[in-house]
Design a protein around this ligand. Sequence first.
Ligand code: SF4
Ligand code: SF4
Length: 369
Amino acid sequence: MAIRLPKLMQWFHPSPADPRGTYPEPRVKDLILFVTDRCNMRCDHCMFWQRIDNPGQEMTLEELQTLARTSWPLRTVAITGGEPFLRGDLAGIVEAFFRDNQTHHVQINTNGLLMDRMEDLVTRDLALHYQHYLTYQVSLDGLAETHDRVRRLPGSFTKILRNLERLVELMRGHPFFRVVVLTNINKNNYHEIEELARILWDETGVEHTYDLVRGASFSTWNIPHAIRQEEDPRECDLPPREELESILERIRRVNEREGSRFNQCVRQLEVQVGLYLGRPAPFYCLSAGRTAAVVYSDGSVAACEFTTPFARLADFDFDLPRLWTSPAAQTRRKQIQCCSCAHSCFVLTSLQEWEEQQARHPASTQAAS
Ligand code: SF4
Ligand code: SF4
């Protein structure tokens, strides 16, 4: 596949007055937490399919409780996998972050199939009890035929749509709980954006956001070879590059029709599309290895999913701040000052960091807006 490189070193060495932002102190605010490699699906666009086909060891609940207790208070924990609801102790993991960490927002990324388990967790009312927020982010990747084909599970679209209706009902009685749908735009489903949005709006009213399919071979630039993590979809690709601007425009129109409820997602997509079309990002990768961390289910830790793990929690008594301020983490932060990527999690958290800096120091960051 032909890859157009954005301008070299575009995210390199920001200075304090740099309009693309200043690297924040290394203190994790947003944690991407893989709790299992096991999954009940085998999707074409899955970046983690090799681990999912060969699941490894999982951290125990006790180890995860220590992680929650010793970490800085987190803004967001995105619990992911694999399918997180396959873990029978998921409620205990969520409670550990609410109770012992004061995590403001726990999001569970799910394929939406295991309704009994999803309902059980909501009705435990952990979010209400601790006055923090619980979100289920359910994936739906096209209309019925496309979704079931890409996700390799016949009937799954209809089942997930019914489950979404039930989850939306549950939102009414559980004010700290919400559900959002995420559609991964790829070469198979980009024709279906408006129709899928209409179905979700008419049948469930659920909040709907979008991402572009990711993979190391087409979403990253200039990652040093020695630390590059080759995560690519099992069998999927971006829509044609020449379609990306019009896809973005179509999503903008859906957003306007739905009352502009996913503006931040649109801003994130604008940056991602710009990167794919060779434009520089308006800000550096400010979050990876600094305010955002990835913890895999075996306890290994990475700055992001496109770079290799650099340490193991087990070697730091499951104390993330101790690991995050270690020489290994400092070395990794230096190693990642030259790469860029269109990975939504880090585009979004870098965008948030950059906007916060812009609000604090408008003169130094306005030039790039
Ligand atoms: S994309 Fe999600 S649901 Fe699909 S195989 Fe990967 S982890 Fe499982
Ligand atoms: S998230 Fe940041 S560190 Fe990781 S590959 Fe992307 S630009 Fe590099």
